[in-house]
Write a protein that binds this ligand. Structure first.
Ligand code: OGA
Ligand code: NI
Length: 367
């Protein structure tokens, strides 16, 4: 969510997906239809519905006895190492608040287009209502409407983009963000412990963390086999917290061992994933895993996604403790603001954005 100069890039006409659904219910414009190799059934792997991402019981970390604590930390290690994704239950966030954010998000998306367009996402920027990550006229579009806001630090906020309608929207976002921020700080503490590091290591490393929220609304699609809800990508954050709408269809899938594994919603749980920053600072020990969203023929879907990342002025690189002869340094040091800018000015394309930080093999030998 790095602030960016308003650019004059040409992105062509972008149909609003909800409006498309309203007007001609079975028509899908060409720009949404993926090339054969990118369609949900053929892109990289087959869908495997028999596996599930791990579940971490946070009450065991907050107030479990020593054995329970250590056992859950071990599960966290495996989750971050093998999956890069897990769901948390008993996270302590008021369930009414989870319901409220979902309600205001849905109320927002259900407003008439003219109302939502009062908060436009200007091409090349990532806040407001529209489609992010579109940079050219020939780029394929995602079957999704998005609304995104920068939250912390406050200088990221653009007050003109904060909806006044629904009237409790902004207040709910504020309260939700405060709770999710606490959760992120706690998770980073446990992630540090799971790596045998000082529990404050990330808090100290990241400075005043950047936080943003993106609400993704995926209308039902008459041909889910031809489109993607959200292109495959890894997240440019340190951690991401994703809330799936209650009773929604399954839509999020993660890439593991060449299969796409659907993330089955668990009532009241939150989905957590490791972002690019944690992959870099752990020198690849914990993985920022590629994921995507697919659509459903009859059901719509909502997700509320919080990105938690280091302050833009922070310099990052693999931690010394995690670099050794068996695990040579895989990433260079860089400024997180520059990484963030690189991330938001490129289309979503698997894990390609991390090339920005990767040390090439020949360089690895040289150092
Ligand atoms: C994201 C994301 C998946 C989803 O917003 O970065 O991965 O299910 N969303 O909405
Ligand atoms: Ni994501």
């Amino acid at each position: 969510m790095a602030p960016m100069p308003v650019s004059d890039i040409k992105i062509g006409h972008i149909d609003d997906v909800q409006e498309l659904r309203k007007s001609k219910s079975s028509y899908i414009p060409e720009r949404f239809i993926r090339d054969t190799t990118e369609r949900p059934k053929f892109d990289k792997g087959v869908v495997c519905s028999t596996k599930n991402i791990p579940v971490i019981d946070l009450s065991k970390l907050f107030r479990g006895n020593k054995d329970e604590f250590l056992n859950e930390i071990l599960k966290l290690t495996v989750s971050c190492q093998e999956w890069g994704f897990f769901q948390v239950i008993n996270h302590g966030i008021d369930l009414e608040l989870l319901e409220s954010i979902e309600n205001v998000a849905m109320e927002f998306f259900m407003m008439p287009l003219e109302e939502k367009q009062k908060y436009p996402m200007v091409p090349g920027t990532v806040q407001g209502y529209g489609q992010a990550f579109v940079f050219s006229e020939d780029q394929k579009l995602d079957w999704c409407n998005m609304f995104a806001l920068g939250l912390e630090p406050h200088y990221l906020r653009n007050p003109k983009l904060w909806p006044t309608n629904p009237s409790n929207f902004s207040g709910t976002v504020e309260e939700y963000s405060r709770e999710i921020r606490k959760l992120c700080k706690n998770l980073l503490k446990y992630i540090a412990i799971s790596l045998d590091l000082n529990e404050d290591v990330f808090e100290e490393m990241f400075g005043v963390a950047v936080q943003a929220v993106r609400m993704n609304y995926y209308p039902a699609c008459p041909r889910p086999d031809l489109v993607l809800g959200l292109s495959p990508h890894s997240d440019g954050s340190a951690l991401t917290v994703l809330q799936q709408g209650k009773g929604n269809s399954v839509g999020l899938q993660i890439l593991k061992d060449n299969s796409w594994i659907p993330v089955q919603p668990i009532p009241n749980a939150l989905v957590i994933n490791i972002g690019d920053t944690i992959e870099v600072v752990t020198n690849g020990r914990y993985k920022s895993v590629e994921h995507r969203a697919v659509t459903h023929k009859e059901k719509d879907r909502l997700s509320i996604v919080t990105f938690y990342a280091p302050s833009y002025e922070i310099e990052l690189g693999p931690m010394q403790e995690l670099v050794n002869a068996n695990n040579p340094c895989k990433y260079r040091r860089y400024n997180h603001g520059e990484y963030s800018k690189h991330y938001v000015t490129n289309k979503l394309q698997g894990k390609k954005t991390l090339d920005f930080a990767k040390i090439k093999l020949d360089q690895e030998f040289k150092y």
